[in-house]
Write a protein that binds this ligand. Structure first.
Ligand code: FES
Length: 103
């Protein structure tokens, strides 16, 4: 079974100041797994209960909003400004390797 919902292109998101290209039309946690395969071995419930996937995000000049990455479709231009320890742990290699966002 394919992990990802069908997609035709990658979209750009910023996670904790680093730039990633992830498959459109997918939940944010799945998009993070695309660039950080360790997410697949994390303790995530994937159904809104464990809260290990809690993040804060914003788009443009908007205020930061809390969300669960397993519930939120990721979208072009979003910035994840805060992430639960489990996500930061699973993404540590990917974050270290990814280019810094310009601003
Ligand atoms: S993965 Fe458990 S709440 Fe999102």
């Amino acid at each position: 079974m394919d992990l990802y919902e069908p997609y035709e292109k990658l979209v750009r998101i910023v996670v904790l100041g680093r730039v990633f290209e992830v498959p459109e039309n997918n939940l944010l946690l799945r998009q993070l797994q695309y660039v950080a395969p360790d997410i697949g071995s994390g303790r995530y419930c994937w159904n809104g209960e464990c809260r290990y996937c809690e993040i804060g995000w914003r788009k443009g000049e908007g205020a930061e909003q809390p969300a669960l990455a397993c519930r939120l479709p990721g979208q072009e231009g979003m910035r994840v400004t805060r992430a639960a320890a489990e996500i930061r742990y699973n993404m540590s290699d990917a974050l270290a390797a990814a280019p810094r966002a310009e601003d």
